[in-house]
Design a protein around this ligand. Structure first.
Ligand code: GDP
Ligand code: ZN
Length: 461
């Protein structure tokens, strides 16, 4: 496929000082060559692939040196997009990087849309759809662990799993085919039935497993929406501050989300917490007062995690008891703060109210108990499995939707077999499952099914 040449500033994560202007497309080398002046008048168009060149970017109108650069030259198809790719490494600040970008745009490149390099990699067959989507997730990943999930997916972990399942369905379909071709053999029918039941059940289990990971996947991607509640003065702001300070707040560079903060991200042992309405806690001390009873109820209901703070050195009040009622049935961690002061709280009553919720005692003033709290948060969501990062999480909503549809289709197939439905009807449900799973990886459907069936299995004869 042929596309126009695109360009964008694509600075890799974790490297602040160097910025890269990246070009991809037919004209990438020519455009870069037009603005580049190498040592000894070396021309980029004369250079071999996968080489790096030192020189300057020149404003051709004014003949001015814009930037001192290293240019990487990579000719397709051994590149990320499979097209010719040129990367201009700039050492100066944002202003000169932007001028370099502007120059290549003036010389015929088009500004890339968000994710367009990745899209090209997909369109040119370099990566499959789930890998392309993983790249997008990677860009937005908020913690190391979320990033590991995205990287795992990008490396094709999900694709491999899906492909395995599709292969199983394909084999099953081959047996169905034999059955349809040789209906006169009783033992063939018997065998088909047995294989169908076994294989379909296994595929179903695996799809269900993948769906189950999706909740955690979503959390890893979007952060665990967390609300701190408690009476005035129990230590909510102190808790927020210690969470933010101990776990460096995660900076999001999605435009518009940086200031007027009502949410703050922190990384607690790999669990990204999205602390909701932190401004409310900071400014008015009272989430209800700030956003009104109705909305705060909604905020509470939508939270993934509630941190309910009580005062160790004060008696329980009706307000405390009401809070327990308001968060019933949710994931709650009860924090009893100010343990450095004399006890006034009735711990038996707290245990009663807390029921199955984890209770942690802290003295935020003396920085005690925060470790235990973090442990409680992390084990609540990873069930103590710190190594969760090598699991395959499904975190993409398109994938989740397709998996749910595939689950339905395979259930119908199983139901059909159990009800003694004609085998060619069951075949339709199986094929549908195969196709839906294929949509996750973006593999094409229909005619390839027939081709694969006959290329992989010796039927007839
Ligand atoms: P909020 O109203 O719930 O946000 O409570 P704050 O975090 O603003 O704390 C209220 C007061 O209690 C402040 O003066 C804090 O310094 C103090 N405080 C917070 N945690 C502790 C603690 O563990 N021990 C003691 N003695 N004081 C604390
Ligand atoms: Zn406060």
């Amino acid at each position: 496929m042929e596309f126009d040449t695109i360009a964008a500033i694509s600075t890799p994560m974790g490297e602040g000082a160097i910025a890269i202007v990246r070009l991809s497309g037919e004209q990438a080398v020519q455009i870069a060559d037009a603005v580049f002046k190498g040592v000894g008048n070396k021309r980029l168009v004369d250079q071999t692939s996968h080489t790096i060149h030192y020189g300057h970017i020149i404003d051709t109108k004014t003949e001015q040196v814009v930037e001192e650069v290293m240019v990487s030259l990579m000719k397709g198809p051994k590149t990320f997009t499979r097209e010719d790719v040129v990367e201009i490494n700039c050492h100066g600040g944002l202003v000169s990087v932007n001028r370099v970008l502007q120059l290549v745009l003036n010389h015929g490149a088009r500004l890339a849309e968000p994710g367009e390099f990745t899209k090209r990699a997909f369109l040119n067959g370099r990566i499959d759809l789930s890998q392309a989507e993983a790249v997008m997730d990677l860009i937005r990943a908020k913690t190391d662990r979320a990033m590991n999930v995205a990287i795992g997916q990008m490396e094709g972990r999900l694709s491999k799993l899906i492909q395995g399942l599709r292969q199983e369905i394909l084999e099953t379909l081959a047996h169905v085919e034999v059955n349809i071709d040789y209906p006169e053999y009783d033992d063939v029918e018997e065998m088909t039935h047995q294989i169908l039941v076994e294989k379909a059940a296994h595929v179903k289990t695996e799809i269900e497993k993948l769906i189950r990971t999706s909740q955690q996947g979503k959390i890893l991607r979007e952060g665990l929406s967390t609300v701190i509640v408690g009476r005035p003065n129990v230590g909510k702001s102190s808790l927020l501050n210690s969470l933010v300070h101990e776990n460096k707040a995660i900076v999001t560079d999605i435009p518009g989300t940086t200031r007027d903060v009502i949410e703050e991200y922190v990384n607690v042992r790999g669990v990204p917490l999205r602390l909701v309405d932190t401004a409310g806690i900071r400014e008015t001390e009272d989430i209800v007062e700030r956003i009104g009873v109705e909305r705060s109820r909604k905020v509470l209901k939508e939270a993934d995690l509630i941190l309910l703070v009580l005062n160790y050195s004060d008696e329980l009040t009706q307000e405390d008891e009401n809070l327990f009622k308001a968060v019933e049935g949710m994931d709650v961690i009860v924090i009893i703060n100010k343990t450095d002061l004399p006890q006034q709280i009735d711990m038996d009553r707290v245990e009663e109210l807390a029921k199955e919720h984890k209770v942690v005692t802290t003295s935020l003033l003396q920085e005690q108990g925060v470790d235990e709290l973090e442990e409680a948060i992390s084990s609540l969501f990873f069930e103590g499995e710190i190594e969760a990062s090598d699991m395959t999480y499904v975190s993409n909503s398109r994938h989740i939707a397709l998996l749910n549809q595939a689950l339905q289709a395979i259930e119908e197939a199983i139901h059909g077999v159990e009800m003694g439905t004609p085998i060619d009807i069951v075949q339709i449900d199986l094929t549908r499952t195969w196709e839906l799973l294929g949509e996750i990886t973006g593999d094409s459907v229909h005619e390839s099914l027939i081709d694969q069936l006959f290329s992989q299995f010796c039927l007839g004869k």
